[in-house]
Write a protein that binds this ligand. Sequence first.
Ligand code: HEC
Ligand code: HEC
Length: 246
Amino acid sequence: MYLRVLGSVWLTAIAAAQPPAATSAGESLYLSQCSFCHGKDGEGGRGATLARPALRHAPDDAALRLVIRRGIAGTAMPGTSLGEDELEQVSNHVRSLGRRPLPPLPGDPKRGEQIYRTKGGCARCHTISGRGGSFGPDLTEVGAARSAAYLRASVVEPGADVPRGFVQIRAVTKKGDRITGARVNEDTFSVQVRDASGAVHSLWKAELSEMHAELGKSPMPPYRGVFSGSELDDLVAYLAGLRGTL
Ligand code: HEC
Ligand code: HEC
């Protein structure tokens, strides 16, 4: 009896020492399963920024639970096997993140667009709203899928996180031609490679003297040192604003 009383006093003391906003069940689920891609406060990263009042794929709570349950096909957003209660807890937590607005980005998106088209030469490899090259991924909705910090890192150090499925191929034919580019397709006998000019080469493996497939190696040139700090801010503000047709 005496021990039980002591024990409960002790527990009360521990509870009192906790910070006032103790972690909710939804928050701990979020921190263990989602923050890795979406950031501790929903600021985003490899995954979309969730600290926004309106989410593209989740106009209402039912849609939000469905997105969390099923994931988003063709993207890095996985599904989960959480139960109904957990789904509700984690989606409530996602909604609460949306009520804490993020500070605005420092750059000027209009100037960023100029830099993208001129000094950056980015349109050579990337398409936005149907215009541009197709060597790199389409950026029309990249601001809805990735955080500002991720976009900045993609420009300064490409390859830090190459999208799934992006494989760089370096091949040398028996005639001595060298082809480097992104793998479009591959089967037992042949491989199709898109080079930086956008041309697709179909190569018979039997005619190659060397072929290296590098997973996670980015064919995008690093722009470290190319842009001033404010140019980089402008470019990131432009990319972060590319949210497709919301
Ligand atoms: C491996 C990385 C990864 C993990 C883990 C992950 N997500 Fe995602 N999530 C993404 C990516 C990438 C997108 C953006 C997909 C797109 O639209 O291209 C996304 C999109 C979303 C969206 C839609 C955002 C919008 O603007 O419509 C929601 C909501 C979401 N995730 C919630 C979660 C929750 C909750 C968890 C944890 C249970 C989670 N995600 C785990 C990568 C991840
Ligand atoms: C020579 C072609 C080439 C040029 C030029 C180029 N990129 Fe890329 N970029 C790629 C390729 C290929 C990828 C995919 C592999 C990777 O993520 O590194 C990529 C990836 C990206 C990503 C990540 C997309 C995602 O969803 O993960 C962003 C953002 C990006 N580029 C922006 C830019 C910007 C901004 C510029 C101009 C300053 C630029 N790129 C110039 C080829 C290029």
